[in-house]
Ligand binder design. Sequence first.
Ligand SMILES: Nc1ncnc2c1ncn2[C@@H]1O[C@H](COP(=O)(O)OP(=O)(O)OP(=O)(O)O)[C@@H](O)[C@H]1O
Ligand SMILES: [Mg+2]
Length: 225
Amino acid sequence: MIKFENVIKTYNNSRALDGINLQIHHGEFISLVGLSGAGKSTLLKLIIGEEQIDGGKILIDDIDISQVKKSDLPYLRRKIGMVFQDIKLLPKRTAFENVAFAMEVCGHHSEKIQSEVPKILDLVGLLHKRDSFPEEMSGGEKQRVAIARALSHRPVLLLADEPTGNLDEVNAGEVLDLLLKINQLGTTVILATHASDLVNKIKKRVVTIEEGKITMQQEKGRYQL
Ligand SMILES: Nc1ncnc2c1ncn2[C@@H]1O[C@H](COP(=O)(O)OP(=O)(O)OP(=O)(O)O)[C@@H](O)[C@H]1O
Ligand SMILES: [Mg+2]
């Protein structure tokens, strides 16, 4: 599904990613681990086209994303959902409205939105919070709304950048369980994290990145740094 071929990304002449070779298959769950500054977020940003590469190639379903016209990028991005550590919900909108808004932006019709949003909130276990505002929800619940929002256009790939970073253990566990469930339903998931205890628990493929280089890849791996 995704292939990195000798990918290089530099910021101000310093290499944030240095010769990345990586293949991710449809339906996989990958944990991308590494210390702060290792290049995890940069790698995810390259996949969604938020940053451009300076060398090598990234193929998504055999499409070279550096060849995609800027005007076509939104179509590529719609195949991808993204969640962040700092959740970024709209504070004056309810859980329902936060998800609905993401669908409006993508141009979905109101009937579709009305029928789809409850299904997605149910999937993340938050249908009962549909009318709650972000300040009325726990950190974990907010992150699950953010995941619902990322799922609202039914992406084939979900990128989660340190989604449990600001959560306590219980909420972090719930968010992780949700990501695993979404993966079981067929969505490819890439989780960037420092959370070694979580990665060790789930026993999925682990890709370790250190100073812009992949230093280890393990099936059902454990986090080691
Ligand atoms: N916009 C930018 N301009 C300049 N340098 C950047 C920029 N974004 C990232 N970097 C640098 O690139 C390197 C990789 O950063 P990146 O954000 O990918 O790390 P990370 O692994 O996600 O770290 P963290 O765990 O702290 O989120 C770091 O040295 C960082 O300082
Ligand atoms: Mg990061």
